[in-house]
Design a protein around this ligand. Structure first.
Ligand code: ZN
Ligand code: ZN
Length: 136
């Protein structure tokens, strides 16, 4: 089986591989996704559930019902969000792109729920930026 991408959580308990390319990627700016990620928006990538293979840590994954339609799966040890399942996307996994070992393999194509987009997000590339961490 071809490995297209690999992913893992922060503590390394959960590891996965993918065997096809992601079908679609986007940024969701809704307030639920802010809570689910702890970030300003969620970057997600959709893949068929048959194409994501948990190679380690199946028992470490914890499920949380975000709503009647959506369930978040994350590492119960370190909290890294791995993927969501949503009733509107049966058979699909909505992967948190930050859990990929090389997130550059995915480029978001759309912004969703822009009515809740934080006002500074669109200007993020134009503020003072450093290649590494903050330096004086
Ligand atoms: Zn972990
Ligand atoms: Zn959202």
């Amino acid at each position: 089986m071809t490995i297209k991408a690999t992913g893992s959580c922060l503590c390394g308990a959960v590891k996965y591989t993918t065997s096809t390319d992601f079908e679609f990627s986007g940024n969701c700016h809704c307030n639920t996704c802010k809570k689910a990620t702890g970030g300003p928006f969620e970057v997600f990538a959709i893949i068929d559930e048959k194409s994501l293979h948990l190679t380690q840590g199946k028992g470490a994954l914890v499920g949380y019902l975000i709503s009647q339609k959506a369930k978040k799966h994350f590492c119960g040890t370190c909290g890294t969000p791995i993927f969501n399942q949503h009733k509107r996307a049966p058979g699909k996994l909505i992967v948190y792109v930050g859990s990929l070992d090389d997130p550059q393999c995915v480029t978001p194509a759309v912004n969703l729920h822009c009515e809740n987009m934080l006002p500074w997000v669109a200007d993020i590339a134009s503020i003072k930026s450093f290649d590494k961490g903050f330096t004086k």
